[in-house]
Design a protein around this ligand. Structure first.
Ligand code: F6P
Length: 318
């Protein structure tokens, strides 16, 4: 293998740049020509591929987003489009690809493997929704962003004796909600794994009000309900003045945390080594200090991790 390319795909995540940097620098260190592909699979199909040098990845370790751009390309399920992408790589003599992204990106990588391109994945998404991924790159930064935002919301919420609803991202995965609920001491958590019993929730809020609570904090995963509607219902049913805050894309930006940079750097570098060892069709992840592998097929399955104890912790300390 003489040439290796890297792309970022799907929603951007803080730490992606650190992974790109590690891929490029490891390639150069091993005498491999590194290439970047702009704007994910879209750029790959359009041939936006460029050879880069060491300087290209200077001073990006601390930057959020992805300097090579990203995109979601639904059309990539089409075999003819996949063939075009594979041909664009083969024409340049590139036979190894590092894909940094989420489940959709890994499905695309798995398809490219079938067309003879060796691919290694690195789970980069704030959602932490990849099956067996340790923590995905970007999750830690997004969690810290949420914690910082909630701390600020709490200041005003308790000054006004209000109930605050904070909606966090995660697509269909509740990790950002569950982890931030524990980290922020939320009173109520509504996520894809909790069955919302509205009547019970109102009773709990009324009880908190009667106990003289200065504020109530509710953390909600996106795609479950309309937070503004919920705020109105809480006011009507409990008399607790309520405000809704949808954090939105704010959660995807910002300088990556040390852990996100660390994971991204280690995995980016290891991805090149795995390609050079002839490995393909797998995603790498880090547990403690060990690099582990999971096939793309398994990585994109619904995450099966038993969080029962975390919900218990959340309940007893909230
Ligand atoms: O997958 C990352 C993510 O930020 C999800 O949490 C969210 O549901 C989605 O992307 C938003 O996507 P877009 O930026 O395309 O609106």
């Amino acid at each position: 293998m003489q040439k290796i390319a890297v792309l970022t795909s799907g929603g951007d995540a803080p730490g992606m740049n650190a992974a790109i940097r590690a891929v490029v620098r490891t390639c150069l260190n091993k005498g491999i020509k590194p290439y970047v592909i702009y704007d994910g699979y879209k750029g790959l199909v359009e041939g936006k591929i460029k050879e880069v040098n060491r300087r290209f990845v200077s001073e990006i370790l601390n930057r959020g987003g992805t300097i090579i751009g990203t995109a979601r390309l639904k059309e990539f399920v089409d075999i003819e489009i996949q063939k075009k992408a594979a041909t664009n790589l083969k024409n340049l003599g590139i036979d190894g690809l590092v894909v940094i992204g989420g489940d959709g990106s890994f499905r695309g990588a798995s398809d490219l493997c079938k067309l003879g391109i060796k691919c290694i994945g690195i789970a980069g998404t704030i959602d932490n929704d990849i099956n067996a991924s340790g923590y995905t790159i970007g999750f830690d930064t997004a969690l810290n962003t949420i914690v910082e935002a909630v701390d600020k919301i709490r200041d005003t919420s308790s000054s006004h004796h209000r109930c605050s609803i904070v909606e966090v991202m995660g697509r269909h995965c509740g990790d950002l909600a569950l982890y931030s609920s524990i980290a922020c001491g939320a009173d109520i958590l509504i996520d894809p794994n909790t069955n919302l019993d509205e009547k019970k929730m109102y009773e709990e809020i009324i009880k908190m009000k009667e106990e003289g609570r200065k504020h109530v904090l509710i953390i909600v995963s996106e795609n479950i309900l309309d937070c503004n509607e919920l705020a109105k219902k809480i006011e009507q049913n409990t008399g607790f003045e309520t405000r809704a805050n949808v954090l939105g894309h704010f959660q995807r930006g910002g300088t990556p945390t040390g852990m996100d940079r660390f994971r991204a750097s280690v995995l980016g570098s290891e991805a090149v080594k795995y390609l050079l060892d002839g490995k393909s069709n797998i995603s790498l992840y880090l547990t403690n200090k060990e690099v582990k592998v999971v096939s793309f097929d398994v990585a994109v399955e619904k995450k099966v991790i038993n969080y029962k104890y975390l919900y218990e912790v959340n309940k007893v300390i909230g």
